[in-house]
Design a protein around this ligand. Structure first.
Ligand SMILES: [Zn+2]
Ligand SMILES: [Zn+2]
Length: 153
């Protein structure tokens, strides 16, 4: 999918007003890029993060759903794979931190890109295969045995 980077949303969520008021709700639904983050795991643009932050008598809950396409290769045949990864966050936060480190927050501003990246990364399987029955590569000639046959023994 071609995505015009100009239409990407701001990946910072300013909660300054929410922290000032004891009865305040902020909804968000954003298409963001995770490319700015030091990437060992690659995600397609955009990644969607949506949710609700609620200040109820000073107790601030942060809920979010995150969806992204992870780009990787099959562990057996090295074919490119695009894998839909979804994650959820449901936690309490303060001005500077979340209860369980799942939300990246500083001075009342949430870094949604960092938060989404961390959440999605946790959901990526250890081993990704293009298909359960992937035949992999021939250990001798390196041909992809899903599409070809070789004469190696
Ligand atoms: Zn494969
Ligand atoms: Zn072979």
């Amino acid at each position: 999918m071609n995505y015009n980077a100009d239409v990407l949303d701001n990946s910072f969520l300013d909660l300054t007003d929410l922290f000032r008021s004891e009865d305040f709700t902020v909804d968000f639904d954003r298409e963001i890029s995770l490319e700015e983050i030091d990437l060992s795991k690659e995600f397609e643009i955009p990644v969607n993060i949506k949710g609700t932050v609620k200040n109820s008598l000073g107790i601030i809950s942060f809920k979010a759903q995150i969806k992204g396409i992870h780009k990787c290769i099959c562990a057996r045949c090295a074919e490119d794979i695009k894998l839909l990864i979804e994650s959820k966050i449901d936690t309490l936060i303060t001005l500077s931190e979340s209860k369980d480190d799942s939300v990246s927050i500083e001075n009342g501003t949430v870094d949604l890109a960092k938060t989404a990246y961390d959440a999605l990364s946790l959901e990526i399987p250890m081993v990704v295969l293009c298909d359960e029955s992937c035949k992999g590569l021939c250990p001798k000639c390196g041909i992809n045995l899903n599409n070809h046959q070789c004469n190696c023994v």
